[in-house]
Design a protein around this ligand. Sequence first.
Ligand code: GLN
Length: 304
Amino acid sequence: MTESPQSDPTGPTDPTSTVGDEDLATTWRALWAETSEAIDDRQHARWICEVASSTEPDEFLQSLDEAPTVRMVSHLDAMIARYRTGEPLQYVLGRWAFRRLDLAVDQRVLIPRPETEIVAEVALVIARGFDAERTIIDLGTGSGAIGLALADELPLNGTTVWLTDTSSDALDVARANLAGIGRAAPNVQIAHGSWFDALPLDVVADVIVSNPPYVADASPDLERIVGEWEPASALFAGPDGLDDIRIIIDGAFSRLRSGGWLILEIGHDQGPAVQQLLAAHGYAEAEIRKDLSGLDRIALAQRP
Ligand code: GLN
């Protein structure tokens, strides 16, 4: 039997074939230029090409004269198509930086934001103050961003970090990211459930930190792209956006050791209301801090 390449089921014309590692006669330099044109943003195009070419950011410029494989080009084309539908860059890439971590992110979790890096920073500074041992709870962890950054940056010895979420989809993402933190991974515990219900009864913390949903249901402030693409359950929290913050402020008091701290990311217009809630629940040292744009964004308070 004679075989023409067209009829060979394993040949390059068969879409199910596994020839994806064959090199193509183009270069990453040319593909980067084409991608920049297709999406009209050279920096975003570079990140998309870096992910498609599986190179680290500092390696990409060295591989510009290299040829991509068929598989890399299909991945690139798929990312360009998704980007052009308006999907956020971070979901298209499937990863985003948060402090020292390179986190897997997709539509099951919020995109990690710069203001949340500051929330993690505040929690980190406070957690470092507990010098022998420290237990931290990251409530509603989503991708794991805050809790994993803390586990990554705190001393390996004496650190325990609990990550909770009511969404098992989100916890699957957090688990994938846990694998990326290396030696600190054994310090992290994952628990599924709504706020404090997720945790074993005997877990008490020195630091409870959360970026809960805090957007008011009908908020006109939410950016359209956020509402269209990010998980509603991680964003919205009732008519004034405080439904979950109330539950956390109430529940955290008995889960904190005396001298322990609660740190919350809040909406830019929620500072006074949250400060009042904290004082009314018996917390001390309640304070509202601002984000990089000068807006109220972080609430912190101590259990006396
Ligand atoms: N910062 C997000 C936004 O308004 C909201 C995140 C949240 O509710 N935790 O885009």
